[in-house]
Design a protein around this ligand. Structure first.
Ligand SMILES: [Zn+2]
Length: 252
């Protein structure tokens, strides 16, 4: 008969194995000094948070945590150009939801944090940032990148149309902000080598993906058109947030 201590030990082992199977805890944490690019979509009050929607208080808590860890908030272009990228964190938002202005930006400003927002100027079915909101944010240091015109799935679009969408979105963002548009985000994180070439040909100097990785600044600069990002999902709890920030992702 196993004693109480034995049963407790067995239970702890089972719990440990379950945690290892579910979470990335077994992965060694990445150095705090390495730059990180975080991907968000929506921030709303009075929602629990699910998928691309983050609760506003949770977002505020996450920004606090990053600031406490010594994050130096920058745009994607600033991160790539930095002489000393240690501790740099770029907060990015995809699609250009109006709630980025209404709910996320006040929190970001309280931290002196710029953001990088990837606009799909003709994406349908969402409440988009207005041109006035975009101008105001751009004038205050927010970087605006392009995300195609209509949020197309690049691999299932013919090449001529894909290139046209990529080029047109750069021009549209530049006319909205009055500033150069240097960065691109692949819709759905889906692309092939051909699309990387198109993004380069269109004149972008960086592009973000949804590869969940934390890389050195040298590695980011070596492949600036395939930058990894940490995916921040609405339902992540504090433990999962910490795993994502330290390991790049929380799930195995
Ligand atoms: Zn998108």
């Amino acid at each position: 008969m196993p004693g109480f201590a034995g049963l407790l030990g067995a239970a702890a082992s089972v719990l440990g194995l379950l945690l290892l199977a579910r979470y990335n805890l077994w992965r060694w944490p990445r150095a705090r000094a390495l730059p990180r690019i975080l991907m968000y979509h929506r921030v709303l009050p009075a929602v629990t948070g699910q998928g691309i929607t983050m609760n506003r208080s949770r977002f505020a808590w996450q920004m606090d945590q990053l600031a406490r860890r010594g994050a130096r908030f920058v745009t994607v272009s600033e991160l790539l150009a930095a002489q000393d990228p240690r501790q740099m964190v770029a907060i990015t938002f995809d699609d250009g939801y109006a709630d980025n202005y209404q709910y996320a930006w006040p929190i970001l400003r309280a931290h002196g944090a710029p953001a990088t927002i990837y606009l799909a100027p003709e994406m349908s079915g969402i409440e988009r940032l207005t041109p006035a909101m975009i101008r105001e944010m751009a004038a205050s240091g927010v970087e605006f990148g392009a995300h195609t015109m209509t949020h197309i799935h690049l691999p299932s679009t013919d090449d001529a149309q894909a290139l046209a969408e990529i080029q047109a979105s750069k021009a549209a963002v530049e006319s909205l902000t009055g500033q150069p548009c240097r960065s691109f985000a692949y819709p759905y994180g889906k692309f092939t080598d051909r699309h990387v070439q198109m993004v380069r040909a269109a004149g972008f100097s960086s592009a973000v993906t949804t590869k969940k990785q934390i890389k050195s600044a040298e590695a980011l600069r070596a492949a600036p058109l395939e930058l990894p990002r940490l995916s921040m999902v609405g339902q992540m709890n504090r433990f999962e947030f910490w795993l994502t920030i330290t390991r790049g992702r929380y799930r195995v």
